[in-house]
Design a binder for this molecule. Structure first.
Ligand code: SF4
Ligand code: SF4
Length: 238
């Protein structure tokens, strides 16, 4: 894994990046803990991808690059997954692309502020947020113009599971294309909620929110680079 740049490196006078952040400071974790969490996420994603590849082998799923309906709804992820994805983004993407992603994320946050706020409220009160989440639909800020994910290797766990897992007995966690394709087959798919539990051993993993929420809180004007309380509050369960 590439090193996690600290703020002082990121802000070198020759190239003062606007959107590249000191994620160690933002996370409130030590550099060692953050680095180790990122390594664990990488290992977990590799292992999950291996399982999903095995269980979907031979099914000829209709998923392909650019088929992105699953990225045009509300996708939930934990803070540590978000930080890992942003670390990947700010390590691999150009500044203009980061700027565009942040701009879209903040605009989406404002557009859907009421529903995102309702999600927060429901999760603070330990209420089921499913109905609210169903009404929250938007194009993921990480989607590129070609319909492909711009952080594909670092995308969230639930995105990986979508299309080849179950939510509960007989209830596919998938889009209608996949459902129609797999109708009537006996499937060896894992349960998404159980797989999602594997993240719980990591720090900053006890809640889930949507990308615009994280992008807004990390990049809004006057955002603090100190450990941010919104990363650690207990809220949405996946
Ligand atoms: S899960 Fe559905 S929408 Fe997503 S890539 Fe596969 S077929 Fe396309
Ligand atoms: S991060 Fe990538 S895979 Fe996840 S919802 Fe956004 S575009 Fe889709």
């Amino acid at each position: 894994m590439r090193p996690i740049p600290r703020l002082q490196e990121a802000l070198s006078p020759s190239s003062r990046p606007v959107r590249r952040l000191d994620l160690v400071a933002c996370s409130g974790l030590s550099e060692t803990a953050l680095r180790s969490s990122f390594s664990e996420i990488e290992a977990l994603y590799r292992s999950v991808d291996g399982v999903l590849s095995a269980v979907s082998n031979g099914l000829d799923l209709p998923c392909h690059r650019g088929c992105s309906a699953c990225c045009r709804q509300s996708v939930f992820l934990t803070p540590i997954e978000f930080l890992y994805g942003w670390h990947w983004a700010q390590t691999h993407l150009e500044e203009e692309t980061l700027e565009e992603i942040v701009g879209r994320g903040i605009a989406l946050y404002h557009e859907h502020k009421a529903l995102i706020g309702s999600l927060e409220e429901a999760s603070h009160q330990k209420r089921d947020a499913f109905e609210i989440a169903r009404g929250l639909r938007f194009d993921c800020p990480y989607l590129g113009g070609d319909g492909a994910c711009r952080i594909y290797p670092a995308r969230e766990l639930l995105g990986r599971l979508f299309g080849c897992s179950f939510l509960s007995e007989g209830a596919l966690y998938a889009c209608s294309l996949v459902e129609a394709h797999l109708q009537g087959r006996s499937l060896p798919f894992p349960r998404a909620p159980q797989m999602a539990q594997m993240l719980r051993t990591l720090p900053l993993s006890s809640r889930r929110q949507v990308y615009p929420y994280y992008l807004f809180h990390l990049h809004r004007e006057s955002a603090s680079l100190d450990a941010l309380p919104w990363l650690v509050e207990e809220t949405v369960e996946g």
